[in-house]
Design a protein around this ligand. Structure first.
Ligand code: FES
Ligand SMILES: [Fe+2]
Length: 365
């Protein structure tokens, strides 16, 4: 990692990209799980779908296949009161709740310990003689969870606040009625990619490849006006529409008022993308499965289906397949004994540079 050390005082104009060895390293992948992912915020679902009618307790697995942290989302007695707790029994560590259900208390099937809907210990057979029992440690640990409208995020051990992550998105898109965005399962799907998760993010974070890899998308964007804005823990790519493309109707008070904007592409460190279009929202969750395998979950939320127009979910699928092809080509390329790292385009790759600096900071390079 010596090349990244020299990066510290430089910047996008002078630095070299992440060493290829990073993407090949099982060891750095293991460290990333603890030092990047366990400390990040993850999207866990929306109010409409996460707790179906009649259930008040639902198991939630944070970053399935990567962290696999068992949690339980609990709807309390107060209307709208949601909380997230560890789903691991505080006795000997059995997973407590296996499927969504409606219960008054949660009882561990192993030795019968009970917990209330506030996560607190209620009773434990066989512990009558136990001294100094129960204590705080016998309650189910609370997991930090915060919401933006109907969208819920959780973090096991947050290294930064949710507001630092999504503050700009909340403010800039305050004019969108999120409660009218509805999850469309038929337009949502998972993609499986044989590549390192960070290569997938690298590709998302620059528009330089758009004219080469996505010729039809390129006709909808005014590439001269395309820009990236850096945020504390992420960035925003603003897709300015060409004359043919549909655009947001921005309120007059909006900082981007007067611009013809086809898409706001938010990337949230380390692995989430929130892509807003005039018809709704496409959330992409990049979920590492191994150092060289990644699942990408595309969740579609439709607001105004009549505006699918010239960039609908079929086009998003096409763009995704085009991206996968180049990401696979890079995955093959970074196995090389000759290639070590490259340089950033100062015009186009400020977002990739920022991503690499954030990884380096998280891992203490
Ligand atoms: S592990 Fe839950 S009661 Fe023993
Ligand atoms: Fe792309």
């Amino acid at each position: 990692m010596t090349s990244t050390k020299t990066n510290k005082s430089q910047g996008v104009k002078a630095d070299r990209t992440m060493p290829a060895s990073f993407y090949r390293s099982q060891d750095l992948y293991e460290r990333s799980r603890d030092e990047i992912f366990a400390r990040s915020w993850q999207f866990i679902g929306d109010s409409d779908t996460i707790l179906s009618d009649g259930t008040n307790v639902v198991p939630v697995n944070i970053l399935e296949g990567c962290l696999d942290e068992p949690c339980i989302l609990i709807r309390g007695a107060e209307p709208g009161a949601l909380s997230l707790h560890s789903n691991v029994c505080t006795h000997r560590g059995s997973v407590l709740v296996e499927k969504p259900c409606h219960v008054e208390t949660m009882r561990c099937r192993y030795h019968g310990r009970r917990f209330g809907l506030d996560g607190c210990f209620v009773s434990a057979p066989g512990f009558e003689q136990a001294e100094n029992f129960p204590t705080e440690q016998d309650n189910l640990a609370k997991i930090p969870m915060q919401s933006w409208g109907k969208f819920h995020f959780a973090s096991i051990e947050p290294a930064f606040t949710l507001d630092e992550l999504i503050g700009d998105m909340k403010e800039r898109l305050h004019f969108l009625p999120l409660d009218q965005f509805h999850y469309a399962p038929e337009l949502s799907r998972d993609y499986f990619i044989n590549a390192n998760w960070a290569l997938y993010c690298d590709n998302y974070l620059e528009g330089l490849h758009v004219p080469y890899v996505h010729p039809s998308l390129a006709t909808l964007l005014d590439t001269r006006a395309y820009r990236t804005e850096l945020l504390p823990y992420g960035n925003l790519q603003v897709g300015v529409a060409s004359n043919e493309a549909d655009a947001f109707e921005l309120p007059q008070s909006h900082p981007d008022y007067g611009q013809h904007i086809a898409a706001y592409y938010y990337w949230l460190y380390p692995n989430m993308m929130f892509n807003f279009y005039p018809w709704g929202l496409s959330i992409n969750l990049v979920i590492p499965q191994a150092y060289n395998q990644t699942k990408v979950r595309f969740l579609t939320y439709v607001w105004r289906p009549e505006r699918f127009g010239n960039y609908s979910t079929a086009d998003i699928n096409q763009t995704e397949l085009e991206d996968e092809e180049v990401v696979h080509a890079v995955q093959r390329g970074i196995q090389s004994r000759v290639y070590k790292s490259g340089r950033y385009s100062p015009t186009w790759e400020a977002g990739v540079h920022q991503f690499h600096r954030l990884i380096a900071a998280s891992l203490g390079f």
